[in-house]
Design a protein around this ligand. Structure first.
Ligand code: ARG
Length: 459
């Protein structure tokens, strides 16, 4: 028995049933499907489209079905394709003609769009919470090590000294924008598609506003063909998730580098690492590596939905069932990564002296000298050239610029005086970069305070 028996003379081929089912993965939408159905049916009752008694009876049975699914006693059946038909069939079995009234003024096309919007909305709320957790962990570590100095990199070359806390807070900024992107996506998807029917709406006198407010949608969709056709809200979510993953992957790469023997800035807690089955000394940063690796599948999920959608004529096409596995996989992957990352970050240990040592190479203060020359009225380009030749001179002689005496220094850059020698101190270099957003202790402290209040409010 299928729900479209009326039109067909033959049962579907068993292989076709296997090929086209989605119940094996879309059963995770059960709670949202039931929630949508309850709102729909209670509206049908209130609008006198079906008797209120029948509506009550259906709602009661939908609640029973939810309990059975949650306790694991509900039997899902591949022959009923998807979550929508599995639940509807159970109602038919149990309530007969009354159960047959649930699908009044509704199609699976507007139903699935409603379910996935409700589902993504809830998942966005959870992911936003996990992002806040991770940001708090990063801010906590930034505060704990707020004085620690490290070399900042460009091109993976030591560039200028920075505070380690400044580096961590860079990721807090990124993750904050990621949260904002999810909030934007949530706002745009928070419209009720139900009432769009298969594509053209319905002739029955439904009240879409009531359903929307019951389901906490901000508004209702204005074009039934658009409402059942588009999956841009899924694509937008998958894009926001992919951007989260760029950030998580770059953070992972930084961590993998920091814990390498060459660098040794940071140590991860044993509980977040694994060993090698062969080399007894190994301690590998697997969580960071897997995060970097899983970034590929999250991008892939975005690409697969974009590609699946691009050639589809309006309105609904069965291809669109293929939106679910990429969506679910991205949600699972992101939630797992954010959950494991937060405690891993909280438990990192930092080797202050190795980091400071790496940042103390006087060549890293070359820009400080050029900027000092600017304060003596040397045009920056000229200052850059002069310091460049000082660096070249020192490198050719394999000496460090702070070991020159004043006469040697003046021979190379006549504007120099005694004060120049104090420029080769990384602490001073950092303290001097005190414009808003820069790495000085004062600026970074302000940022730490800002994030602590911001995250407290959002917690
Ligand atoms: N399982 C289907 C999907 O996910 C539900 C919508 C089916 N609609 C249809 N006309 N066959 O897309």
């Amino acid at each position: 028995m299928t729900l479209w028996d009326g039109r067909f003379n033959q049962k579907p081929d068993e292989l076709v049933a296997k090929f086209s089912e989605s119940i094996s993965f879309d059963q995770r939408l059960y709670a949202h499907d039931i929630r949508g159905s309850i709102a729909h049916v209670s509206m049908l009752g209130r609008c006198r489209i079906i008797p209120e008694e029948d509506a009550k009876c259906i709602i009661n049975e939908l609640n029973n079905i939810r309990c059975e699914i949650e306790s694991g006693t509900f039997q899902f059946d591949e022959r009923y394709e998807d979550i929508h038909m599995n639940i509807e069939n159970a109602l038919l079995d149990r309530l007969g003609d009354t159960g047959a009234k649930i699908h009044t003024a509704r199609s699976r096309n507007d139903q699935v769009a409603t379910d996935t919007r409700l589902y993504i909305r809830d998942e966005i709320d959870q992911i936003s919470g996990l992002l806040i957790h991770l940001k708090s962990s990063l801010v906590g570590v930034a505060e704990k090590y707020s004085h620690v100095i490290m070399p900042g990199f460009t091109h993976l070359q030591h560039a200028q000294p920075v505070l380690f806390s400044h580096h961590l807070l860079a990721y807090v900024e990124m993750l904050h924008r990621d949260g904002c992107r999810l909030t934007d996506c949530r706002k745009r998807l928070n419209q009720l598609p139900l009432g769009s029917g298969a594509l053209a709406g319905t002739s029955l006198p439904i009240n879409r506003e009531v359903v929307a407010s019951e389901l906490k949608f901000d508004s209702i969709t204005q074009n039934s063909m658009d409402a059942v056709s588009d999956r841009d809200y899924i694509i937008e979510f998958l894009s926001a998730a992919s951007i989260i993953m760029v950030h998580m992957s770059r953070l992972s790469e930084d961590i993998i580098y920091w814990v390498s023997q060459e660098c040794s800035f940071v140590e991860l807690s044993d509980t977040f690492c694994t060993g090698s089955s062969l080399m007894p000394q190994k301690k590998n940063p697997d969580v960071a590596e897997l995060t970097r690796g899983k970034t590929g599948r999250v991008y892939g999920n975005l690409l697969s939905v974009l590609t699946m959608m691009k050639g589809l004529p309006l309105c609904y096409n069965r291809d669109m069932q293929e939106d679910k596995e990429p969506l679910f996989d991205t949600i699972d992957t992101i939630k797992l990564i954010l959950s494991v990352y937060s405690p891993m970050i909280k438990n990192i240990r930092v080797d202050e002296s190795i980091m400071k040592n790496a940042a103390s190479d006087p060549f890293l203060m070359a820009t400080d000298l050029a900027e000092w020359l600017v304060s003596k009225n040397v045009p920056f380009r000229t200052a850059h050239k002069k310091v460049g030749s000082l660096v070249g001179y020192c490198q050719a002689k394999d000496i460090s610029p702070d070991t020159l005496n004043l006469r040697q220094l003046k021979d190379l850059i006549p504007e120099c005086n005694e004060d120049c020698f104090s420029l080769f101190d990384p602490e001073k270099s950092i303290a001097s970069r005190n414009v808003t957003g820069a790495t000085s202790g004062e600026q970074v402290r302000k940022q730490i305070e800002f994030w602590k209040t911001e995250l407290d409010v959002n917690y």
